[in-house]
Design a binder for this molecule. Structure first.
Ligand code: PLP
Length: 397
């Protein structure tokens, strides 16, 4: 084969989530879409806030179209970056400038860039299980090795002892994703403080910098105003990977940013490495029009109450039927313990009831499935008799 073997393997091995999503389309054509209860994909079901369409119309009507659709600076439009850094400073009491922000095509690009920016061949990256499966791809592509830290049982908070035991002289970065995909867990301030205290200690012990990379597409998606600690306030060597995919329901527009903490060691050099990594990966000049859109919508929010209604409906019903679930404080995922040892067996059993969930072995935790409840509320309501029958079949009721 005269092509890159790794790239070929990645391209030919579809992610399990995509696989299930494709199956759901085929099944819907066979038996009708309303009879298939697809909970596989994390595609927002809540529409973008009104400010988004208003901003798009306004830009189309009033901006010079060649400028609007033209290239911006590689790192993004200055005014957009300034608006974002000012907003971070207002919200979290920090002192970022436009030159600490790099506009990207969502969190996936942000993560790929940050890892590429800081990794040298052989460096290790610690991730906390359960974790977003694409981390494996991004870390490997940056020349690093993925090291998985196991969670606390039942709460799925970070197990700080396990985390400490996984840090070695090769550790270069740690990724924290909170609210978490796939567990819906928000890491507490106490957990975050302990993680950062360990990192400070290990930096001194090994006399090197360990970067904390915050993967934050779900920051705004939390229930009951629960606090999501802003990592720059706990640890200086932090890079934030933010995305508007979920916070403004714009996943198809591919827009987000990286924020480099100006208080980090050699922050200007790290920012330049971010620019260089973006350049080498071809992630320069994020979509111009959507840079301007997110600037206009800097304080806009999606309607979280629709997700909360879904969460309450599915969590209450499934626990009533005897399923063991982690109560999500954020994001739009429910993490359900498989009644069988093997999550794939449970996935297959659920499929018999036309319920499509994602077995989470690839997310670094065995014996769990993920339910993405970012769907129309009626899909959840209509699926409940099927879940009940499934629970009976599994011997839970
Ligand atoms: N990180 C996590 C934890 C995610 O769940 C996702 C998408 O679902 C991403 C990153 C990628 O998001 P984006 O669409 O912004 O690239």
């Amino acid at each position: 084969m005269n092509i890159n073997k790794k790239a070929y393997e990645l391209g030919s091995k579809r992610s399990i989530i995509r696989e299930i999503f494709e199956y759901s389309k085929v099944r819907a054509a066979e038996i009708g879409a309303d009879k298939v209860f697809d909970f596989s994909l994390g595609n927002p079901s809540v529409e973008p806030p009104k400010e988004v369409s208003r901003a798009i119309k306004d830009l189309l009507d009033n901006e010079n179209s060649t400028a609007l659709h033209g290239y911006t600076s590689a790192q993004g439009d200055f005014t957009v970056r300034k608006t974002i850094s000012d907003s971070i400073n207002d919200k979290f009491g920090l002192n970022l400038s436009a030159n600490d922000i790099y506009m990207t095509c969502g969190a996936a690009a942000s993560l790929s860039i940050c890892l590429k920016a800081v990794f040298n061949e052989g460096d290790e990256c610690i991730v906390f299980a359960p974790f977003f499966t694409e981390y494996r791809v991004f870390v490997q592509n940056a020349g690093g090795t993925l090291v998985v830290s196991d969670p606390e049982e039942k709460t799925f908070q970070i197990n700080v002892e396990d985390f400490e035991s996984k840090i070695t002289p090769k550790t270069k970065a740690v990724i924290i994703n909170s609210p978490n995909n796939p567990s819906g867990v928000v890491y507490t301030e106490d957990t975050i403080s302990k993680v950062c205290e360990i990192l400070e200690r290990k930096q001194k012990e090994y006399n090197k910098v360990i970067y904390l990379i915050a993967d934050e597409p779900y920051r705004e998606l939390v229930y009951n105003d629960i606090n999501v600690p802003y990592l720059m306030n706990y640890y200086n060597n932090t890079l934030i990977c933010y995305s508007y995919s979920k916070s403004l329901s714009l996943p198809g527009e591919r827009i987000g940013y990286i924020a480099v903490n100006p208080l980090m060691i050699d922050s200007k050099d790290v920012y330049l490495a971010v620019c260089g990594a973006g350049r080498s990966l071809g992630y320069v000049c994020a979509p111009s029009m959507f840079q301007k859109v997110v600037m206009s919508c800097i304080n806009a929010k999606v309607n979280i109450s629709a997700y909360k209604e879904n969460r309450d409906l599915i969590y209450n019903a499934l626990t009533e039927y005897g399923f063991e679930c982690v109560k999500p404080d954020g994001a739009f995922y429910l993490f359900v313990k498989s009644p069988f040892k093997n999550a794939t067996e449970f996935y297959e059993k659920a499929k018999q009831y036309e319920i499509l969930v994602v077995p989470c072995d690839d997310f670094g935790v065995n014996g769990y499935v993920r339910i993405a409840y970012c769907v129309d509320n009626n899909r959840i309501k209509n699926s409940l008799p099927a879940f009940k029958a499934l629970a009976k079949d599994c011997g839970l009721i």
